[in-house]
Design a protein around this ligand. Structure first.
Ligand code: SF4
Length: 396
């Protein structure tokens, strides 16, 4: 794939890993011992960035329709391309267009801008999806194509480091007082904006980034769990193992049954344990497949499902044998999200928005700090109503 998207995170102290190395300083050097394996999701995100970049370049620079079409054709030929990418990347591009149109005079739009924040982070650099300056404000926009985890721009160290790098360069030629940073996550319908003054950003870089970056670069500081999910060392990091294994000894349980207070405390402490065990299982399987020996464990063939070696040919044979096509194929409606992706959010809502219902979600246990409103149990509420009715009846 073209472009510099793939190279963006190869700095030891990457902007995307900043929340981790700022919290757990030695993680950067530890992670460096493991290969940075790309996932299909990451590749998909890279492709969406390439498409967005092309669309924005077409909008902001002279580019013939022919050149655009030929580049787009190439991008569409990649295996991970899906038609829904068209609309999702349009959401991001439209957001940038709206921003540019809100300015009194057109500013310089920098797309896929390499930024350098090595003044605060050793060897620190990154790539901003979009940067522009207008009327004393530096604007940064970041496309997040994933839909697994909603990402907020508020106090987001990755965006703040990109902003810092852009500020250090753009402030040489512009008076910049404010930084306006935004994340556009089209598949989750999220546009998150965070604004701070340039002074605050530099203060943050000086007081928080610089000391942590120095420790992280030198492999110093304390290991701290909390940001382990995307750490490449997560399966065999001793600090994480010790934190999770200490659960048993830390609990001072009394009596034969647990109180709700104890259950709350256990769940709170054990939240990472399930993920940790899964990470170790995955690591162990890969180690055995690499030929290593892990005492007590082996890898076997799992359940496998029968499949045609050549589906088209097999269907032809069935047709020749007189099997009706209706018996061989099923016609299925795409999911609501797939249809919305293909048709585009606006048209989709206009055409069939009235038919959309949102049933009540299943009860889900989450920590009290979760932002969602507590689940309302209709069954209990309804039975309360019956009790009230009953009581009213008796009172009469
Ligand atoms: S797994 Fe967690 S504790 Fe260990 S280095 Fe990574 S972030 Fe730090």
């Amino acid at each position: 794939m073209e472009g510099n998207h793939k190279d963006r995170n190869h700095a030891l102290l990457s902007a995307s890993g900043a929340s981790r190395w700022m919290n757990c300083n030695p993680s950067a050097r530890l992670e460096d011992m493991f290969p940075d394996c790309s996932s299909e999701y990451a590749e998909e995100g890279t492709l969406a960035h390439e498409i967005s970049e092309l669309k924005l370049l077409k909008y902001t620079t002279p580019m013939s329709q022919r050149a655009f079409n030929s580049k787009m054709k190439k991008l569409k030929s990649y295996k991970l391309y899906k038609p829904e990418m068209e609309n999702y990347t349009d959401v991001y591009v439209d957001n940038i267009k709206e921003l540019l149109m809100s300015f009194d005079k057109p500013g310089t739009a920098e797309i896929e801008k390499k930024v350098d924040f090595s003044e605060y982070v050793p060897e620190g650099f990154g790539t901003c999806d979009f940067v522009t300056v207008d009327n004393g404000t530096l604007y940064i926009r970041d496309l997040k194509y994933g839909k697994g985890v909603p990402v907020s721009a508020q106090d987001n160290p990755q965006l703040m480091l990109y902003s810092l790098g852009a500020y250090l360069e753009f402030s040489l030629f512009n008076d910049i007082e404010n930084i306006n940073m935004g994340i556009i996550q089209p598949r989750l319908d999220i546009v998150s904006i965070f604004e701070i003054s340039a002074d605050e950003l530099v203060k943050w870089a000086e007081n928080e980034v610089k000391p942590n970056a120095e420790k992280a670069f030198n492999g110093e500081g304390d290991f701290k769990i909390g940001q382990c999910t995307f750490c490449r060392a997560k399966a065999i990091c001793r600090a994480r193992a010790e934190a999770n294994m200490s659960l048993e000894t830390e609990m001072k349980l009394k009596g034969n049954i647990l109180s709700n207070e104890e259950i709350g405390e256990i769940l709170n402490r054990a939240r990472d344990v399930v993920k940790w065990v899964k990470d170790i299982e995955n690591y162990c399987q890969q180690a055995i497949l690499r030929g290593e020996y892990v005492p007590g464990w082996k890898v076997v063939e799992g359940r496998s499902v029968r499949a045609f070696s050549d589906t088209e040919k097999a269907m032809e044979v069935l047709k020749e044998k007189g099997i009706a096509e209706e018996l061989m194929y099923e016609r299925k409606v795409l999911t609501l999200t797939q249809l919305e992706g293909v048709i585009g959010k606006k048209d989709f809502n206009e055409y069939v928005g009235d038919f959309i219902i949102k049933p009540k979600g299943k009860p889900t246990l989450v920590p009290e700090s979760d932002k969602r409103a507590p689940y309302v149990n209709d069954v209990i509420n309804a039975s309360d109503d019956f009790i009230n009715l009953d009581n009213n009846g008796k009172d009469d």
